[in-house]
Design a protein around this ligand. Sequence first.
Ligand code: MN
Length: 330
Amino acid sequence: MTKPKTKTEYVGLLVIGDPHIEGRQPGFRKDDFPNVILRKVEWCLQYAQTNRLLPTFLGDTFDKPRDNPTWMLGRLIEMMSGVDSIGIYGNHDCADPTLNDHDSLSILIKAGCLRLVSEQSPWKGTMNGRKVLVGGSSYRQSIPEEFNLPASQPKTLFDSDPFVVWITHHDIDIAGYENGRFKPYEIGNVDLLINGHIHRRLETVQAGSTTWMTPGNISRRSRSEANRNHKPTVLRIDVQSNQHTITDVEVPHEPHNEVFHDSIIEPQVTQSSSNFVAGLAELTARRTESGAGLHEFLAENISQFEPAVAREITSLANEVTDTGEMKNGE
Ligand SMILES: [Mn+2]
């Protein structure tokens, strides 16, 4: 049953990066990912409520934009309907360039579980007595050079020195991320920008009066070495009359080796096709739902075949695993 909303006097924000909720196991995860990630989101919502923080989602709430299991959408509506949450949409939330009624996230928005923020429609309120604005740019929406309220709204708001936060889901060029398209810059009237999309935590960059942060996501989706040290955390931002404090809050999670299968394939090129077949046989010992091991194995070994044969093997692998090419996990 859905719960009535409680009116909260907020003291800050709880910023949640890229949950990538989905109904099946990503890559080499061996735990019950669909329920594990739902419990993490629920933990975040409860922590936010207990501490009077506004839950703020950085996009990629869903991993697959459409056809998510109905039980999962139901659970989300149950846990989110009692709380106000704000957010933006990410590249994984929409199948087309912009979010529309066919995408699962639209159900949460229509059910009143999540309110999208944008340049035209920021969240406005008071936290600990200070005026706060939270605007955002969803995936593919431009990030402003200066944030101003529409002409119809009182400009005097900025005279009271509000705390202004901007949330984004973009390829920002920060050390440690190779797909960056632009560097952090000062955004007029914006104090703090927090970006989702990049799943690793990156260093904070100061650009004039705007601070740019990359907290990383709350679910570990790839088994990479870099991910071994990633601790799923959310950002707690406490707002005071003339300053704010940012604290990392670790989301309860299991150790890396308990959520991922061990690697069983040595990164070496198999010399003959009989070894290739033996390698494939070994893979069946560890079937992952998305066929992650198969794609990794093929990437390592396919070059030994004639191009036409290699193409046929790849196309068959894509067909049986239903995942298509292995794509960038962000
Ligand atoms: Mn993502």
